[in-house]
Every structure is written in structure tokens, then in C-alpha cells.
Design a protein around this ligand. Structure first.
Ligand code: UDP
Length: 322
């Protein structure tokens, strides 16, 4: 049975990956320091093939036994979170990537890095192909995330070239779905929360900036295919449905059946004006395309948030702790 280590395994994406790898017959070890992840995301997993370790991956990682794959997904990923935790964000992208690559090298495991569309910064090429080097402000507030991930890509390629580690790099575009944190500040949970509460939706700037939104199951499929391919070069995984944020706010109001109005707030510093992946490589190399229509993905996500908001606060069992 293959054995896979997933850092950030208690996070939004990490927990969906844990489920997928268990379903594929892997033994899974999830590592998370619970800085932005939560035990609630994995509390429903009762497999004997699953183990959780509470640890900060910027420190030395010691895993007993063989490991076949290491997936490095630990990092704050919402602009709000990385503005609040700039040093941790830089450390997990830099030191955490070094430690997880070291683990993969030691075990002879395949390594997959969760990179991001943020490596393109505020792009001057649209849509963004993998060959585009990006337009990043290194000292701006988002630089802590963008540069950490750019460093992480450089480190991953160095381990591939100099140590022969079998590596993969996925550049993830805006992804949404169940288990995003309601208060993480990203546009999907924020707008859905506001719409369900009947509060105004806070559009930043004039709302003309664009994003394309990928449903989490589609992303997980792309990652699964990438891991099982031979591609060492980065691959974009993301949707082609590009919306202005104002259009997106209107769609959320419509799908929640709410009556909220829209209010405008200041655009955050260095907020990218456009973003949409060129997915030619993913199509050619992985045979991957997004499958979930945005209305369908958003319905599932809205349902998740609706239930979550109706739940009385509950104590998450601490069965994984220790
Ligand atoms: N945004 C917004 N209102 C909000 C939260 C976000 O208008 O309450 C905008 C934000 O300025 C950005 C887009 O939505 O242009 C996506 O923001 P998010 O934080 O989800 O991620 P980003 O794509 O910027 O990393």
C-alpha cells in the first residue's frame, strides 16, 4: 500500500486530498500545526490507514517507515491570513519546503509542491501561461506569500536537478468549496456569509478586477493526475470561467436567494487586476479540464456554509491530539 504524507492535511485543500488518497487505497499521514487548519476538517475520517501529527513543518520532520509521496500543502493561503502572519507564511514556504523536500529525499519519495497563481503577481500577460515569469512586488503586503512560493518553486527545482528528487509543482488558481473557513477573508466565504446573513456584500475597489474560480474536487483531480504524471515543470490548474468581482457578488446574491445590496470598500494594496490560467499544458499533459459548473459548485459550497452557520458551536473532539 503506498504511503503519502500531506502537510497542511487539516486545512481546506489538505483535508480533501487526505480523503482522495485514502479512497485511492493509500495510507495517509497528515501533518498540520493547526495555525489555519482545523481538526474539524478531518474529524469525520475514521480510517485505520490515517494518522494525524500535530507539528510545525518548519521544524525537522521525522517520520518512521517508508514514504512514497510527500505533498506540501501547509501554508496560510488567504490574503487576510498572510497579512496577519507574514513571518509564518515566509517560513512555511521557505523552511517548510526545505524540510519536506529533505523528507522526500531521505525516503526516496515523490514530492509535490502546492504553488499558486500568486507567483504571477499582478500579471501583465493574460491569461497566464506557465512560461510567464510574473509581476510581483517583493516588498508589498502580498510579497510574503508570493515570494515564499516563488522560493519554494526554486527550491523544488533545485532538489530535482541537484539531488534527483522526483518533483511536481502545481500552480493553484482560486479554489473554493466546503471546508473553507467562514472567516478566512477570501471572497467566496465572505460573500456567501454576507449574503446568507442579509448583510451588504463588500466589493473591494470598483469590482472590475477578475478571478476564475475552481471547485475543489476538480483541483484534487488535477493534483492526482499531476502526481501520477512525469511532469517536473509547473502546471496551472484552474478554471476558465472568469468573473469580475462585481459580477461574482451578483451571482452569489442570486444563488443564495438573498436580497443583500453591494457596498464598495478600498481595494487592497497590490490586488491583482486580472487572473485566469492558460491551461493548455494541463489539457495536453494531464488530459485535465475543470468539470464542475460554477453554479453547481457554489450551490454545494453555499449549502455547506448554511449548515455551518446553523450549527451550535461545538467542541471538536481532540482524538488526534498528542
Ligand atoms: N474581494 C472583495 N471583497 C471581499 C473579499 C475579497 O471584493 O470581501 C476581492 C479581492 O479584492 C480580490 C478578489 O475578491 O480582488 C479575490 O480575493 P481573495 O481574497 O478571495 O483572493 P485573491 O484572489 O486576491 O488571492
Amino acid at each position: 500500500m503506498p504511503r503519502t504524507v500531506i502537510t497542511g492535511g487539516a486545512g481546506f485543500l489538505g483535508s480533501h486530498l487526505v480523503e482522495r488518497f485514502l479512497a485511492e487505497g493509500h495510507e495517509v499521514v497528515a501533518i498540520d500545526n493547526l495555525l489555519t487548519g482545523s481538526l474539524e476538517n478531518i474529524d469525520h475520517i475514521h480510517s485505520d490507514q490515517f494518522r494525524f501529527i500535530k507539528q510545525d513543518v518548519t521544524e525537522y520532520l521525522y517520520i518512521t517507515g517508508p514514504v512514497d509521496n510527500v505533498l506540501h500543502f501547509a501554508s496560510p493561503a488567504s490574503p487576510n491570513d498572510y497579512l496577519r502572519m507574514p513571518i509564518q507564511t515566509l517560513k512555511v514556504g521557505a523552511l517548510g519546503t526545505h524540510k519536506t523536500l529533505g523528507l522526500a529525499r531521505e525516503k526516496g519519495a515523490r514530492f509535490l509542491l502546492a504553488s499558486t497563481s500568486e507567483v504571477y503577481g499582478d500579471p501583465q500577460v493574460h491569461p497566464q501561461p506557465e512560461s510567464y515569469w510574473g509581476h510581483v512586488n517583493p516588498i508589498g503586503p502580498r510579497g510574503v506569500y508570493d515570494e515564499a512560493k516563488r522560493f519554494a518553486e526554486a527550491m523544488t527545482m533545485a532538489y530535482n536537478r541537484y539531488h534527483g528528487v522526483d518533483t511536481r509543482i502545481v500552480r493553484i488558481f482560486n479554489t473554493y468549496g466546503p471546508r473553507m473557513r467562514l472567516d478566512d477573508g477570501r471572497v467566496v466565504p465572505t460573500f456567501v456569509d454576507q449574503a446568507l446573513l442579509g448583510e451588504p456584500l463588500t466589493v473591494f475597489g470598483d469590482g472590475s478586477q477578475t478571478r476564475s474560480f475552481t471547485y475543489v474536487d476538480d483541483l484534487v483531480e488535477g493534483i492526482w493526475r499531476l502526481l501520477n504524471s512525469d511532469e517536473h515543470e509547473p502546471i496551472n490548474i484552474g478554471s476558465q470561467d472568469e468573473f469580475s468581482i462585481l459580477q461574482f457578488a451578483e451571482l452569489i446574491i442570486q444563488l443564495t436567494g438573498g436580497t443583500s445590496r453591494i457596498i464598495y470598500q478600498d481595494l487592497p494594496v497590490d490586488d491583482p487586476k486580472t487572473r485566469r490560467p492558460d491551461i493548455t499544458r494541463a489539457r495536453q499533459k494531464l488530459g485535465w479540464e475543470p468539470r464542475t459548473p460554477i453554479e453547481e459548485g457554489l450551490r454545494r459550497t453555499i449549502e455547506f456554509f448554511r449548515q455551518k452557520m446553523n450549527q451550535a458551536p461545538r467542541q471538536t473532539r481532540q482524538r488526534f491530539e498528542g
